[in-house]
Design a protein around this ligand. Structure first.
Ligand code: GAL
Length: 401
C-alpha cells in the first residue's frame, strides 16, 4: 500500500503531462499503426522528464511460451515499449508449463515489480499467486488471454476474440457463397484451441455461430460429426496434436474418397498441423479452404504458396502500445476507462468493453483491438505496407521486431 502511494505520487506528474501531450492528437483512424510509427509516436508523446520518473520502477511480464511464434513478438514489443519509457522490465517465458508460470510470477512478485502483465497458460490456475500480487498491491493486466477466478485483475487487453472466429466463419461463407449454394453441399471439419485458454471458446463460438445455420440447412456437412468445442479442441494449441487428430479424421472419414472442402482452424499453429495432415494423408486433389489466426511466418509462407487460405492478423505491436499506456496509468494510481483511448491518441481502433468478459469474479473492463483478415491478395497491403512485415525476394513475408 505504502509503496504504491509513493509510486503514485512519483508518477502523477508524468501522466498529466503525457495525457496533455497525446490529447490533441486523438484519432479514430481505422488504419493500423505501423510499428515504426507507433514507436516514434510513443517516444514523441513522452515528456522530457518521463524517463527519469520511471527510474527504478519495474514491470514484470509473464508470457506463456516461446514455442508459439506470436508470444515471442508480444514479449519483445512489450519489453521495448516499457523500456523505451524508462521502466525496468523482467520478462519470463514458462515453456507452456502451468507450475513454471506460477513460479515465474512468484519470482516477479518477490523482485518487487510494480506492475504485472500476464498472458496466462491456464486461465484457471493463477488465483493463488495473484492473491499474493493483490496483497502486495501490484496491479495486474490480463494480457490477451483472460485470467479467470481472481479479483486481482485490474484490466484485460486483447483483441475482440469473438470477432476473430466470426471473421473466419464469414470468410468461409463468402468464399463458397454459401447463401447461393442451391443444391451444393460442402464438407467441413473444425479444429479449435486449448481448453485452458479462455480465448479458445470465443474463437470457436464466433466461427460456429456463422457456420451453424448452414450446418442446420445441410449446406455444410461435418463427416466426423465433431462439432462440440471439447471434441475439436487442441491442448496447448500444439501443432503435432492438431496434425495427429486430423490424420485420424482423414483416415476415418475421408479415405473412401469423400472430399474435404474446409478445415476451419482457430489459429495458425493448429492450421499448420492440419495442413501437414492434409499434405500427408488426404488423397483428394481439390484445394481445401484452411483458416488460421496470428500471421505466423510459416503460415504466411503457406498462404503465399496456396496451402493455407487466410489468417486473422492481430497487430501485437499495437496490443503492446495499449498495454503500455494502460500500465502507465495504473502505475499512476489512476482508474482508466474509455477516456484512455482518446487521451492516449492511438492510431489504431480499440473499443472499451465493460460487458463481454466476466472472469468469474465479475466483469473485467477490457480494451479490445480489432483483427484483420489476411489472404494472399492483401498480404502486401495489410502486412508489408503497414510496416509489420518485410517481404523477401522470394515473396515471403517476415515479421519485423
Ligand atoms: C491465443 C491467442 C492467439 C493464439 C493462441 C495460441 O490465446 O489469442 O492469438 O496465439 O493463443 O498461442
Amino acid at each position: 500500500m505504502k509503496r504504491n502511494r509513493i509510486l503514485s505520487a512519483l508518477m502523477a506528474g508524468t501522466m498529466v503531462l503525457s495525457l496533455a501531450a497525446c490529447g490533441s492528437s486523438a484519432s479514430t483512424s481505422t488504419e493500423a499503426a505501423k510499428p515504426a510509427e507507433t514507436q516514434a509516436a510513443a517516444t514523441a508523446a513522452a515528456p522530457a522528464g518521463d524517463t527519469k520518473k520511471a527510474d527504478g520502477m519495474k514491470v514484470g511480464i509473464a508470457m506463456p511460451t516461446k514455442s508459439l511464434e506470436r508470444w515471442n513478438r508480444d514479449g519483445s514489443f512489450l519489453q521495448k515499449q516499457f523500456e523505451d519509457k524508462g521502466y525496468k522490465v523482467e520478462l519470463t517465458y514458462s515453456d507452456n508449463k502451468i507450475d513454471q508460470q506460477v513460479k515465474d510470477i512468484e519470482g516477479l512478485i518477490a523482485d518487487n515489480v510494480n506492475l504485472l502483465v500476464i498472458a496466462a497458460i491456464d486461465g484457471e490456475s493463477l488465483s493463488q499467486v495473484l492473491a499474493q500480487a493483490k496483497e502486495a498491491n501490484i496491479p495486474v493486466i490480463s494480457y490477451d488471454r483472460l485470467i479467470m477466478n481472481t479479483d486481482a485483475i485490474s484490466y484485460y487487453v486483447s483483441f475482440d476474440n469473438y470477432t476473430v472466429g466470426k471473421l473466419q466463419g464469414e470468410f468461409v461463407r463468402d468464399q463458397l457463397k454459401l447463401d447461393e449454394a442451391g443444391d451444393k453441399k460442402y464438407n467441413i471439419e473444425f479444429t479449435a484451441g486449448d481448453p485452458a485458454d479462455n480465448n479458445a471458446g470465443f474463437f470457436f463460438n464466433g466461427a460456429m455461430d456463422v457456420m451453424k445455420p448452414y450446418i442446420e440447412k445441410g449446406v455444410l456437412n461435418v463427416p466426423s460429426t465433431q462439432t462440440d468445442f471439447n471434441q475439436v479442441a487442441t491442448p496447448a494449441w500444439d501443432t503435432a496434436k492438431a496434425m495427429s487428430r486430423f490424420q485420424n479424421i482423414l483416415g476415418s472419414y475421408y479415405s473412401d474418397g469423400t472430399q474435404l472442402d474446409i478445415a476451419l482452424c482457430s489459429n495458425d499453429s493448429t492450421a499448420l498441423g492440419v495442413t501437414q495432415a492434409i499434405e500427408s494423408d488426404y488423397s483428394g486433389t481439390n484445394s481445401v479452404i484452411i483458416t488460421g489466426q496470428d500471421g505466423d511466418e510459416a503460415n504466411l509462407k503457406n498462404i503465399v504458396d496456396g496451402k493455407q487460405t487466410m489468417t486473422v492478423y492481430k497487430a501485437v505491436a499495437n496490443e503492446a502500445v495499449a498495454t503500455l499506456d494502460l500500465g502507465v496509468a495504473l502505475l499512476n494510481g489512476e482508474k482508466p476507462d474509455e477516456g484512455l483511448i482518446k487521451s492516449a491518441g492511438w492510431n489504431f481502433d480499440c473499443a472499451y468493453d465493460t460487458k463481454s468478459y466476466d472472469n468469474g469474479t465479475g466483469i473485467i473492463p477490457s480494451y479490445l483491438l480489432v483483427p484483420t483478415v489476411v489472404t494472399k491478395d492483401n498480404i502486401q497491403k495489410e502486412l508489408v505496407d503497414t510496416g509489420y512485415y518485410t517481404m523477401d525476394d522470394k515473396g515471403y513475408p517476415h515479421p519485423v521486431g
